[in-house]
Design a protein around this ligand. Structure first.
Ligand code: HEM
Ligand code: HEM
Length: 214
């Protein structure tokens, strides 16, 4: 059986993926510390300023995260055929069949791997939910950071009511990103082992391997 290399992900999608993933590692680590600054009393009187530093890292990572989310929204509309939102949703016969085949394969009922260049539709839908969660995360974050700026105040009050609710939702959403990351890394490795396309390397190189048509 012969395979050929096919271009799948643009450079912008790969840059977005890695800035999103890395910023989330920093955001979760610093967010947990902001929630429970355990070392603070140990540092009292030493002249160091751990909470302020950790908050600063959180905000810098927050800007990287926001830029990544904006890049992804741009690609949902203007990206290549695999990156557009229409390729991710079960809104065509081809996509609905892919969703059913993926569910059967993931539950070990069938071992048929659906040949397709972009995401499978189950993954595509989960990524869209993650980006929607990311929008709520960044609006609640900027609402906490700039509570008096008119734009963040109006969005924050409309979506969350008040700062305390925004902080609570911000905290709960952290768990989505944490749980998503664990399942995501498991599934991309599972697919890499079970499929021929070289999935993990595709997020570095942008290329996937597909059966060569005779
Ligand atoms: C996946 C992304 C993010 C995660 C997992 C995350 C996580 C957290 C957590 C766990 C907290 C502590 C809340 C608590 O007390 O329980 C927090 C606080 C905060 N986050 Fe985020 N965050 C994220 C994105 C952002 C973004 C994009 C911004 C915007 C700049 C932001 C700004 C803030 C602010 C202002 C606080 C409050 C800091 C304080 O009160 O000292 N966060 N974050
Ligand atoms: C070792 C770490 C990681 C590897 C090897 C990896 C690999 C991949 C691969 C291969 C894809 C494409 C999958 C497909 O075609 O369906 C992908 C997509 C994605 N990954 Fe990761 N990933 C990693 C970490 C993370 C983390 C920590 C996050 C965020 C919590 C993340 C978020 C995403 C998202 C949102 C997409 C969808 C891209 C899009 O919007 O089109 N990844 N990842």
């Amino acid at each position: 059986m012969t395979y050929e290399k096919q271009k799948c992900w643009s450079i912008l999608l790969r840059l977005y993926h890695w800035s999103f993933a890395l910023s989330i590692v920093f955001l979760v680590a610093t967010g947990i510390y902001i929630n429970f600054p355990w070392s603070n009393t140990l540092q009292l009187g030493t002249g160091s300023f751990p909470v302020a530093w950790v908050r600063y890292v959180h905000f810098v990572a927050g800007y990287v995260f926001t830029a990544a989310v904006l890049a992804r929204i741009f690609l949902y509309i203007f990206g290549n055929a695999q990156e557009r939102i229409t390729d991710c949703l079960p809104i065509s016969g081809r996509n609905i069949r892919n969703l059913i085949k993926t569910l059967l394969q993931y539950s070990y009922i069938s071992d048929e791997h659906d040949e397709r260049l972009g995401h499978n539709v189950l993954a595509g839908c989960t990524y869209i939910i993650t980006i929607i969660a990311a929008v709520f995360q960044l609006v609640s974050g900027f609402f906490m950071l700039f509570p008096e700026a008119h734009i963040w105040q109006s969005w924050g009050v409309t979506l969350f009511g008040n700062q305390q609710e925004a902080r609570f939702i911000h905290h709960l959403l952290m768990w989505w990103f944490l749980i998503f990351a664990v399942i995501h890394i498991y599934l991309v490795i599972w697919n890499d082992v079970n499929g021929p396309e070289g999935l993990v390397s595709s997020i570095f190189t942008g290329d996937k391997f597909k059966h060569k048509k005779a």
